[in-house]
Write a protein that binds this ligand. Structure first.
Ligand SMILES: C[S@@+](CC[C@H](N)C(=O)[O-])C[C@H]1O[C@@H](n2cnc3c(N)ncnc32)[C@H](O)[C@@H]1O
Length: 322
């Protein structure tokens, strides 16, 4: 219902059915801009294109076509969701990660471009070891939509892996994504607390655990705070609970020459490497995101670190934000 008490579709008929596609896009963009949405034109284009099944070019060539009442109703419904701060990717139910189209649902984090630094760091570590073409065992703890595991499997044809999560809905989503990408034969999924149900050893262990300090969640952008699942964000009182849980199992899970690659919250490098120091793993490289924040750290056992050729150079990258 609208504030005028009209069913949404009726209001939308008023709002949009006499509009051309181009006029509807302009009106949506104007409303989004007035409400402080960061990318109003882009969001309006994606929503209208999604409803009409038209790509960017077709939206332009058909911009003078007049919308039907039904099309106007659906556009109004989806734009109301965006105005309530639901991210466009959630409205569409899909998000691209590492060039892979991934389905998402209410129990999966929206995969972020920042998380691609974990994939980059893992691939760089394997490249240095000349192991990219070998048979590798990958573990992804807190897999969500399967983003990290599936990106790595897509790059490493000899690898197979397992993703864990405490959310069954997330695991179903990850399994469906693996199937859609033709990776099912090399991807398994298990419901458990991080690595608790796994035996190991893994050659590559990756994780993007929840790392927001509980007290900071209320101050997050509405798109994140109100729509990403709480258990994908909440890292406990200091944001580090997930790292502690992974550290308690890591020596059992990781092969002697294995690499551990973790995503980090801003400023967490020191605290996270201290947690893992007790396990005997040493940081050997780090990766910045596009904002220059140290977003991923690579760790391994000291005997393996000694043979890691980019160690000193990579360590030099850390100073910027930590
Ligand atoms: C920050 S999200 C990362 C999701 C995905 N790996 C990505 O990068 O897009 C953290 C994930 O950890 C899962 N999680 C939270 N607590 C967990 C636990 N104790 N054991 C396993 N997974 C957990 C959440 O359900 C969520 O899917």
């Amino acid at each position: 219902m609208t504030s005028a008490g009209l069913p949404l579709a009726d209001a939308a008929a008023d709002a949009f059915t006499r509009h051309s596609i181009g006029a509807a896009r302009r009106q949506l963009a104007r409303e989004f801009r007035q409400q402080g949405i960061e990318t109003p034109e882009l969001d309006a284009r994606i929503i209208v294109g999604h409803v009409l099944g038209l790509d960017h070019t077709a939206l332009t060539t058909q911009s003078s076509r007049v919308l039907t009442a039904e099309e106007g109703g659906v556009i109004a419904e989806l734009s109301a969701r965006r105005l309530a701060r639901e991210p466009v990717a959630r409205i569409l139910g899909r998000k691209e990660f590492w060039g892979l189209p991934l389905k998402i649902n209410a129990e999966t984090l929206l995969p972020r471009p920042d998380t691609e630094t974990v994939v980059e760091a893992a691939l760089a570590a394997l490249h240095c070891d000349n192991r990219k073409s070998r048979e590798l065992r990958i573990v992804d703890l807190g897999t969500g939509s399967g983003a990290l595991l599936l990106a790595l499997l897509s790059e490493l044809p000899g690898a197979h892996g397992i993703g864990t999560d405490v959310s069954f809905a997330a695991l179903r989503c990850a399994r469906d994504n693996a199937a859609a990408l033709g990776l099912s034969a090399r991807a398994s999924f298990a419901a458990c607390d991080y690595g608790a149900a796994l035996k190991g050893p893994a050659d590559v262990l990756v994780s993007n655990p929840p790392y927001v300090a509980r007290g900071d969640i209320a101050g997050l952008q509405a798109e994140v705070r109100d729509f990403d699942p709480r258990r994908a964000l909440d890292g406990g009182p200091d944001g580090l609970d997930g790292y502690r849980a992974i550290a308690s199992d890591v020596r059992r899970l990781l092969a002697r020459d294995g690499v551990l690659v973790l995503e980090l919250g801003q400023g967490q490098l020191g605290a996270v490497t201290s947690i893992f120091a007790a396990t005997g793993l040493e940081p050997v490289a780090a990766q910045h995101d596009l904002s220059g924040i140290t977003r991923a750290v690579v760790m391994r056992a000291p005997h393996a670190a000694a043979t890691f050729p980019v160690r000193k150079k990579a360590l030099g990258l850390w100073a910027k934000n930590d």
